[in-house]
Ligand binder design. Structure first.
Ligand code: ZN
Length: 165
């Protein structure tokens, strides 16, 4: 079954780990909107949502492979404190962005600090986790020209966002 592209899909969702801890949720106030066919959500999740009827609910369980990948020990590195910009206050749990020579930005988190040695982790925070999504499909509509040119969905209910790109 092919995934239909360029539709604005609005969902409510709650995602839990296998122990049932809530990791993220739309909480029922503002639905989450995405533009289909643009890899804006996990591909396996999008595939499942594509098969849902408007108004229906579904539980989707994704293995680490289908979600954010397995936890990779090689993605954990120890660097010197001097690698960070001067006067940066470093604390465990802080998020940073590394920039590759090609200009790509890669997020990482500080796992541990011992003296001048800083342990950093490039794994996605949800790497290695099986994720249980509870999804409610609220609406699907064709994207507007403006949304297509922006490459993302704009909010419903007259809720406008202003940005330039
Ligand atoms: Zn926009």
């Amino acid at each position: 079954m092919s995934v239909k592209s360029n539709q604005v899909v609005s969902i409510n969702f709650t995602v839990k780990d296998v122990e049932g801890n809530v990791l993220d949720s739309t909480g029922g106030d503002q639905p989450f909107l995405f533009l289909s066919g643009h890899s804006q959500i996990l591909p396996k999740l999008e595939e499942n949502i594509d098969q849902m009827l408007i108004g229906s609910k579904k539980e989707v369980t994704l293995s680490p492979d289908e979600a954010y990948g397995d936890y990779d020990d090689k993605a954990v590195q120890v660097v010197q404190r001097s690698e960070f910009p001067e006067n940066t206050k470093l604390e465990e749990g802080m998020d940073f962005m590394a920039q590759t020579p090609e200009g790509n930005k890669i997020p990482f988190v500080i796992k541990d600090i011992k003296g001048d040695e800083v342990t950093i982790d490039f794994n996605h925070p949800l790497a290695g986790q099986t994720l249980k999504f509870e999804v409610e499909l609220l609406d699907k509509r064709e994207a507007t020209q403006e949304e297509l040119s922006h490459g993302h969905a704009h909010g419903g209910d007259g809720h406008h966002h202003h940005h330039h790109h």
